[in-house]
Design a protein around this ligand. Structure first.
Ligand SMILES: [Zn+2]
Length: 217
């Protein structure tokens, strides 16, 4: 078995406290601790995740680091269990740089929340950012949903393809949005769409959260 440079308990505790026991993924921010039914018990769904893997062969493993660096607080990020799995299953997108950004953002947010006594409105900030990145697509989706408020499935099409686009789904065209697939990745990262492609045509489902935002419900 390869040696693992696990974090000591004190590092895990400090990582959790520095972000107010919330997941550090800005798209998640799930609380990670709460009460168990018995009066003295607590539930913890938080994980002190390694930015560079604890053992050779793991995600983002950096052979130039010493074991001390690998188990130091600088190499840790506090996440919920789901996001801890997510960063390890898609390490191309979740590289060390992104994770350091999440960590510093989560720490800044915890500071701001302590100072103002209010919790930060992440959803508002995320949608503001998306309106900036993809205003035309959101506008088209909004129009479509006003027409068909129950539609959730959509496909990505090129007008060059012969495709029976009269389906129960909405359609968006590559010609109108040169970065359409990149945009889908961003919406997917925020869990606002789910990919359900089953043939050559990219196919997705809108989340209720995105629909409610677009329809201003
Ligand atoms: Zn999370």
């Amino acid at each position: 078995m390869t040696a693992r440079d696990d974090f000591p308990g004190s590092v895990k505790q400090t990582l959790a406290k520095r972000v107010g026991f919330h997941c550090s993924n800005p798209a998640c921010r799930q609380g990670t601790t709460g009460p168990r039914e018995e009066p003295s018990g607590t539930v913890n769904i938080g994980v002190a995740a390694h930015i560079a893997a604890a053992a050779e062969g793991g995600p983002r493993y950096d052979p130039s680091m010493t074991p001390e660096q690998r188990r130091s607080i600088a190499n840790g990020i506090w996440l919920c269990q789901n996001c801890a799995k997510l960063i390890d299953s898609d390490e191309t997108y979740h590289d060390a740089e992104i994770l350091h950004q999440w960590k510093s953002l989560a720490e800044k947010t915890a500071t701001k929340e302590l100072q103002t006594g209010r919790s930060h409105d992440w959803d508002a900030e995320i949608f503001q950012r998306l309106e900036h990145l993809m205003p035309e697509l959101l506008a088209e989706m909004r129009e479509d949903l006003l027409d068909r408020p129950l539609a959730r499935e959509f496909v990505l099409l090129s007008s060059k393809w012969i495709y029976n686009s009269r389906g129960p789904y909405l359609a968006y065209h590559y010609e109108n949005y040169p970065d359409l697939e990149d945009i889908m990745v961003i919406l997917g990262n925020y869990d606002l769409i789910q990919e359900i492609t089953f043939n050559n045509v990219k196919r997705y489902v809108l989340s209720e959260k995105l629909v409610r935002y677009l329809l201003n419900e």
